[in-house]
Design a protein around this ligand. Structure first.
Ligand code: BGC
Length: 275
């Protein structure tokens, strides 16, 4: 695997997907590999499946691997699990995947990964201003990128609308859950995005998730102030963003380790000369 490649893994409510990503172009270098999310979606079952999708690409230890998770992930630890098994809460995501995969990984929230992917390579490429990324899938994922900086772990899919958790009615899964036709679902989306605009005043709204492939069926019907456009990386944004974020993080950790080594050497030299 060449130097400019990282692997992205996206853990979703229905599938666990991975692909190697070219870090210069954001393109997959091999076909995406997908395994249905095991049920119950416990930490062991998911970590075992993540290890399988990673092994498919046989990466060397030097390849950065990013894993996107559908809940709040703070410093490697899972804090919420709206659409996966509750036993995830408090789990060290980075450690459990490292144990199963035998490879160090970088972990982050799935919507953050998708937002980062769209900022680096997609619909928000290099754009300044406030960009709201939303993913419509089993739940609603949200991320905000302000002048290129990602604000992590925004959980705006869970604001209350008409007294209900917004993602219950406006995520893609709500179409099946309530048997909504396009018009009925669009009504829910309109309420959701109007509320997002009222609170956040984004300059641009991006919509990802599987249903973004059918964006022409619903995006043109939404009446909003900001432009609302489909993710350019469509459903691949999470994989691309996780891979890109892992590469950034790996470099950062390596630089930090080098700086610590340099300062330890300096300290030892000073102690030696003082003695
Ligand atoms: C979770 C978010 C996640 C989103 C999309 C929500 O239910 O709370 O953390 O980003 O689903 O998977």
């Amino acid at each position: 695997m060449s130097k400019n490649i990282a692997i992205g893994v996206d853990i979703g409510g229905t599938g666990i997907k991975a692909a190697p990503v070219n870090l210069k172009t954001g393109q997959f270098t091999e076909d995406r590999y997908r395994i249905p999310t095991p049920q119950p979606s416990t930490p062991d079952a998911i970590a075992r499946t993540v290890a399988k999708v990673i092994a498919k690409f046989n990466p060397s230890k030097k390849v950065p691997i990013g894993v996107a998770f559908p809940g709040v992930v703070q410093h490697g630890i899972v804090k919420t699990a709206a659409n996966v098994d509750d036993s995830w809460i408090g789990t060290d995501l980075r450690a459990i995947i490292r144990d199963y995969a035998g490879h160090d990984v970088h972990v982050l929230n799935d919507a953050d990964a998708a937002g980062f992917g769209e900022y680096r390579f997609g619909a928000a490429h290099g754009r300044r201003g406030s960009i709201l990324m939303t993913t419509l899938g089993t739940g609603i994922g949200t991320a905000m990128i302000v002048d290129g900086t990602l604000v992590p772990n925004l959980e705006l899919g869970h604001i209350l609308i008409d007294g209900h958790d917004a993602e219950d009615r406006a995520a893609e899964s709500a179409r099946d859950r309530y048997g909504y036709d396009w018009e009925q679902w669009i009504e829910q989306l309109q309420k959701y995005y109007s509320e997002m605009e009222r609170l956040l005043w984004p300059d641009l709204i991006i919509v990802g998730g599987g249903v973004s492939k059918s964006h022409h069926m619903f995006l043109p019907k939404l009446r909003l102030r900001a432009p609302i456009i489909p993710a350019e990386l469509l459903n691949g944004a999470g994989i691309v963003g996780a891979a890109a974020a892992a590469a950034v993080e790996m470099k950062y950790e390596r630089d930090e380790a080098k700086a610590a080594e340099r300062s330890a050497k300096k300290k030892a030299a000073k102690e030696h000369s003082d003695a």
